[in-house]
Each structure stands twice: as structure tokens, then as C-alpha cells.
Design a protein around this ligand. Structure first.
Ligand SMILES: [Zn+2]
Length: 58
């Protein structure tokens, strides 16, 4: 497991984001499942950013 991958995801939770389980969004940081070698989630994807904007306003 990529540590930054998990850390970014957990930071998302700390910021108030929930898990996403829609397979169409498997690339986003807040997707609820991860796999070994997954490094797609070390940065925020557009839906992650949208979620944050929803919580905190623009
Ligand atoms: Zn999670």
C-alpha cells in the first residue's frame, strides 16, 4: 500500500469528506477501496475538490 495514498485519503476524512463507492469514481482520492500499488490517489481528483468546495464554500 502506498502510504501517501492512504494519508491523503485519511486527510480527506479529517476534512469532512466521506468515502465514495461508485466504481465510476475509482480514481478519486475518496474512493472507499484501495489496492496495493495504487498511487492515483496521492493527489486530489476533481470530485474530491468539488466535495471540499461543497463543505467549505468556494
Ligand atoms: Zn475512507
Amino acid at each position: 500500500m502506498d502510504l501517501r495514498n492512504i494519508a491523503t485519503h485519511e486527510l480527506g476524512h479529517a476534512a469532512g469528506l466521506g468515502d465514495i463507492y461508485n466504481p465510476a469514481y475509482s480514481y478519486v482520492t475518496m474512493y472507499g477501496y484501495s489496492h496495493t500499488g495504487d498511487t492515483e490517489k496521492t493527489t486530489l481528483a476533481a470530485p474530491d475538490i468539488k466535495g471540499l468546495q461543497k463543505i467549505y464554500g468556494k
